[in-house]
Design a protein around this ligand. Structure first.
Ligand code: GLU
Length: 545
């Protein structure tokens, strides 16, 4: 009795011919240099920024080489809540405009010739390859039960194979046909393990497209390739899928480097050409203690890709920031090409950073300010309204009711301005940032010692108040009044002798600004006043402080 018979005992119903499988997945016809790559998320109900980072790198590699990008859902481990969890992946990808050439729709229709693009629908293929490996003596069934406890298994292992502990040969690796048959007849469940050909002393070299040549200890462990529930773990499934689906470059996180020797042994056992891996560095943060740490779902809300749309970041802001992380040359390119869409920035595998990028909110916000500043007032209004419709219904109603007013607000210091104001970095901040437009201020950013002076000045300003017709007119009126009330109209004179004055004109302007908006800083006050209208402005001046 040989291995083939053992394989037959394990998989009596698996009769797919490997040749036929390969016929179903013909070699892709590709242009020279075209990259076939994939995004292979597991549906965890969450899209980590690190995963999205891979999707975005893969998307660009395929796009920049006229290649192919496909989506493969790796759901063999995630049996629970699968539908909702999948929906999260699709939603994030769609919102960020990551388009795939091949994928399965959420309702289960494959688009592309290399499907099914969902691993749980590929079990027969994995079984066929597992059967092949067992019949070739490269894998074997393991009947050790989890419930037996690891210690028992290890003890068994020690008595059977105690030459050295550099390897982890499984106690079941040499079961005879009769032993296997006895287990099967008893109805025992089994996992399949790879029979490693290594002894624990070998080292291997492999090439990573980002990090170059790497060397590591070769795998010497009989690791599981099909679990006892019939499901293959990542290592086995991806080796088969990436081969059949014609992946030329697999972008995946750096955390997989340590298992790459095992993966490469699997490719060899399966008789596959090894695929090219591109292990991207993980996005980090500087922790409170000043040390680098991986950005984590647990501590960092921004690790969840939903954070960005819930907080109203334009997708381009996030994508530009990620490009910045992928290749620092993007920043210079952006400076030299301020008006081009980011899609024109092309990078290849060699341009991907090998150093872990540090996530920095300030930087993201800066980039986002630059993205938003390019929007016209009307565009900004529309985006803000769309955001509000989804996340703040009450605000959406307000914005829709007085469209012209809010368009003017969004245009302020923006449309036609020589130096548009770079102040807004997401749509969620706008409600608070423009709080004075929705209601009169309740708090005033005014120093205690200025209070009396401010009251007195505003009272006088109100007495002679007329609605200005231009910014200059407004300023000149304030300046004239300030002069008569003992404020310096010449800043040089004021600086020479500050005690001779109540303050300077800037101070007087500040009083009015704070009275109307509550804030010391705001976009052009004249514009705010004209949006609010005369009655409202007067009312606010009357009630100020
Ligand atoms: N499902 C794996 C993950 O989400 C995929 C890794 C890969 O891209 O090969 O980490």
């Amino acid at each position: 009795m040989d291995n083939k018979d053992i394989a037959g005992l394990l998989y009596p119903d698996v009769n797919i011919d490997i040749e036929d499988i390969f016929k179903r997945y013909p070699k892709r016809k590709l242009k020279e240099g075209a990259v076939v790559t994939r995004f292979a998320p597991s549906p965890t109900g969450f899209m980590h920024i690190g995963n999205f980072f891979q999707a975005f790198i893969s998307y660009n590699l395929a796009k920049n080489t006229d290649g192919v990008l496909f989506l493969r859902i790796e759901d063999t481990d995630e049996k629970r809540k699968i539908k909702e969890a999948k929906a999260v992946i699709y939603e994030v990808l769609e919102r960020f405009g990551i388009k795939f050439d091949e994928y399965q729709t959420l309702d289960g229709k494959d688009v592309g010739e290399y499907g099914p693009y969902v691993q749980s629908q590929r079990e027969m293929i994995y079984k066929a390859f597992a059967k092949k490996l067992v019949s070739e003596g490269k894998a074997f069934p393991c009947f050790c039960k989890k419930t037996e406890g690891k210690e028992d298994v290890l003890k068994q292992r020690e008595t059977k194979f105690n030459e050295d502990d550099e390897k982890e040969y499984d106690p079941c690796r040499d079961l005879s046909y009769d032993e296997v048959k006895a287990h099967i007849d008893r109805g025992d469940s089994f996992a399949i393990r790879l029979k490693t050909k290594n002894t624990g002393t070998e080292r291997i070299k492999f090439y990573d497209l980002i990090k170059g040549e790497l060397e590591a200890k070769a795998n010497a462990k009989d690791f599981v390739i099909v679990k006892s529930d019939g499901i293959p773990p990542y290592a086995f499934a991806h080796a088969i899928d990436d081969t059949l689906m014609g992946t030329t470059v697999a972008v995946r996180g750096e955390e997989y480097i340590s298992s790459t020797p095992a993966h490469l042994e699997l490719f060899e056992a399966l008789g596959f050409e090894p695929i090219k891996y591109c292990h991207n560095p993980l996005i980090c943060k500087i922790g409170e203690n000043g040390n680098r740490r991986k950005i984590s779902k647990r501590y960092d809300p921004e690790a969840d890709m939903r954070y960005y749309f819930v907080n109203g970041y334009p997708t381009d802001s996030v994508l530009e920031y990620l490009l910045n992380m992928i290749n620092s040359g993007f920043e210079i390119w952006r400076k030299n090409n301020p008006d081009k869409p980011w899609t024109e920035f092309k990078f290849g595998i060699n341009d991907i950073t090998a150093v872990a990028p540090i996530f920095d909110m300030v930087k993201l916000n800066d980039i986002s300010k630059n993205v938003i500043v390019k929007m016209s007032g009307e565009e900004l209004y529309k985006n803000w309204l769309n955001y509000a419709k989804e996340f703040d219904g009450e605000l959406a109603q307000i914005l829709e009711k007085d469209e012209q007013k809010y368009i003017r607000l969004c245009q302020m210091d923006r449309d036609g301005a020589a130096k548009p104001r770079k102040d807004i970095y997401n749509y969620s901040m706008m409600k608070e940032y423009f709080d004075y437009i929705f209601s009169a201020p309740k708090d005033y950013e005014l120093a205690q010692e200025d209070k009396e002076k401010a009251k007195e000045f505003i009272a006088e300003y109100l007495k002679a108040f007329k609605m200005p017709n231009s910014n200059e007119e407004w300023f000149n009126d304030v300046k004239a009044l300030a002069g008569t009330l003992g404020y310096a109209t010449d800043n040089k004179l004021y600086k020479q002798n500050p005690d001779a004055y109540k303050g300077n004109v800037a101070k007087a302007c500040e009083f009015i600004r704070v009275a109307i908006t509550g804030h010391k800083n705001s976009p052009t006050l004249f514009t705010i006043m004209s949006i609010l209208g005369e009655d409202e402005v007067k009312e606010r001046l009357k009630n100020a402080f």
